[in-house]
Design a protein around this ligand. Sequence first.
Ligand code: KG4
Ligand code: ZN
Length: 362
Amino acid sequence: MAEPGDAPLVLGIETSCDETGIGLVRRTTLLADAVASSAPEHARFGGVVPEVASRAHLEAMVPTIERACAQARVRLADVDAVAVTAGPGLTGALLVGVAAAKALALGLGIPLFGVNHLAAHVAVDQLEHGRLPEPCIALLVSGGHSSILIVPDVTADIRPLGASVDDAAGEAFDKVARVLGLPFPGGPHIDRLAAAGDAAAIGFPRSLSLPRDMIDHRFDFSFSGLKTAVARWVETRELSGTQVPVADVAASFQEAVVDVLTRKAVDACREHGVGHLLIGGGVAANSRLRALAEQRCAAAGIALRVPRPALCTDNGAMVAALGAEMLARRRSPSTLDLPADSSLPVATVPVQHVSPRPTPPT
Ligand code: KG4
Ligand code: ZN
């Protein structure tokens, strides 16, 4: 088997939201992970402004590529393949990454791999814990998605078992943080505050967890009602002139989210006879989610894999990790008409080309 030094050098580009991420990977070895975030530019709007994000990606692209190459002590000419997030995400933001990847592929004469952002959140774990056990169950929780997936082949076969029917888990964290007067993005602030609060102080609802929900929504989530319940609870306190116990609200809200996420993920492993659970996406950085998942997986005899927090939030290394795996498994590269698809379904792992438009009858 080839040593990491012999494995092809893959550059990954991530621009689906507000992070310009450039990663350099040889098979499962991480050489560089450079990220430029435009989050501070969006903070005063309380959410990501797509046009601002696209402009920031344009400005950050070349300096971030240079920073990654310097970190890895390689030249651009050493890169053997380029991988890029082709979707899902913000269209304008994705387009910047896809255009940059095509330019590199064309200029350097190397293969281009358009990949699915969600599959990359799964593949990134290989950089920390080695080869992915397949099949595994993946719980992906980010600002845009909350899904439970079964992954027989991370480069070609990912099947959704369930997803959020409304807000994503990270979106709920961000919205509740706003209610509590915390800065955007709110997840890390709630995580920090909750450590000083009582998670059992307020009994917030566990959505889609009733026996009747198990028929149509076995592995689905819903966080919109929970967010409203928190807002109402806080509003009632404020109207009555009572001080809001912010740490208790944060801890009780966080517990309601991670309780449902971990319960359904462990149930998915049990029901599908899969012994490995992987958690990825920005919310996987949450300390309580990590602790509860560890506890419940240990009790159920399931091996848990969660990448370190810096690899859970959006980054280029995850895209490079998936690109390297595609190269190693000899998957076909994308063609230069690779589209950016803002609503790319999770089951579309590699993105090859634009489907030809039907020719109108003459
Ligand atoms: O995966 P990601 O970086 O970007 C998307 O693809 O959305 O996830 C960002 C989300 C944000 O909603 C952020 O608040 C949340 O991840 N997040 C957290 C934590 N760190 C980031 N949520 C809860 N606890 C955290 N420690
Ligand atoms: Zn993400």
